[in-house]
Design a protein around this ligand. Structure first.
Ligand code: CO
Length: 295
């Protein structure tokens, strides 16, 4: 029988609140000073926004943004007229690739709470056509291997359930809720790098049973382990497992543009400013939702 190796937790970092966008509160995980980036991931924010806060008109190039709502509702609108509303449990997987300009704003006066993950694209995909994959709550696959274990398969696979989401950069994103005393094992490909982000409650994570509370980023060992064991120690245990295949290319990031070279960053700014190479119409565009909450 082949030996099974459990992933361990090699680093644990508590996220502190910070402000981003326009008066929007976020707990930054990956992408903070303590955790610069974790190839292929550039950033994970747990956002907790109330109007008039939000993320008014801004561009992206060179990567994908994944927005997964936990509570409340967000409106979004982009410069090509694509718009909508995402509510609790809804998923928006946006491949900005060569260029998206959009706004993300709370839909009402309630708390808008969720996760936004930035996944890098390889040089071959950075200037692809933008693409959306949108899954309302009812279409996000879930699996409950036993009572007290509830898993949503945002990307990748868990307990034999495979998400239909296409990931240009091979990625898994698993949302887990456990009742106290429940144990689960998440299978992970050997070559994936990743982390766990804890949203609520307490549990023991990984082969060393690392004890963690909420708002922590737990970096997984890269020992080629094939599974992650978790045992919940509270009734409200909620965390996500995010892992992917490292791209292993140089990363040059300037705010919302993530490319391979400084030259490509200058190009991104120039394209955005002059409305070309994917940013056609960007200079003239303003969203209809950006001033929703200003009086
Ligand atoms: Co954005």
């Amino acid at each position: 029988m082949a030996s099974r190796i459990a992933r361990k937790i090699t680093k644990a970092v508590l996220s502190r609140e910070q402000m981003d966008g326009d008066g929007a509160r976020v707990y930054r995980s990956i992408g903070s000073h303590a955790l610069r980036n974790l190839d292929p991931f550039l950033m994970l924010d747990e956002f907790d926004v109330r109007a008039p806060g939000g993320f008014p008109d801004h561009p992206h190039r060179g990567f994908e943004t994944v927005t997964y709502m936990l509570d409340g509702e967000f409106l979004h609108e982009d410069f090509k007229g694509h718009k909508g509303r995402i509510g609790p449990g809804d998923l928006q997987w946006m491949s900005a690739a060569k260029g998206i300009v959009h706004a993300e704003i709370p839909a009402n006066n309630s708390r808008a709470h969720g996760l936004q993950l930035w996944i890098n694209l390889s040089s071959a995909d950075k200037l692809s056509e933008p693409n959306y994959q949108e899954y309302p709550k009812e279409q996000v696959l879930h699996v409950s291997p036993e009572e007290g274990i509830d898993i949503k398969v945002i990307a990748g696979e868990s307990y034999g359930v495979q998400s239909p989401v296409m990931t240009r950069t091979p990625t898994m994103f698993i949302d887990v809720k456990l009742k106290k005393g429940k144990t689960m094992e998440q299978v992970i490909p050997k070559n994936y790098a990743g982390f766990i982000y804890t949203v609520a409650g307490t549990a023991l994570f990984g082969g060393d049973q690392h004890k963690s509370e909420a708002h922590h980023t737990l970096v997984l060992s890269e020992n080629g382990g094939t599974y992650i064991p978790v045992e919940s120690t509270s009734d409200d245990c909620h965390f996500v497992v995010i892992a992917g295949q490292p791209i292993k290319e140089p990363i040059v990031q300037h705010g919302p543009f993530v490319m391979n070279t400084q030259q490509e960053i200058y190009q991104a700014f120039a394209d955005y400013q002059h409305g070309r190479n994917g940013f056609e119409g960007a200079p003239e565009w303003t969203s209809s939702i950006r001033d929703r909450w200003s009086s």
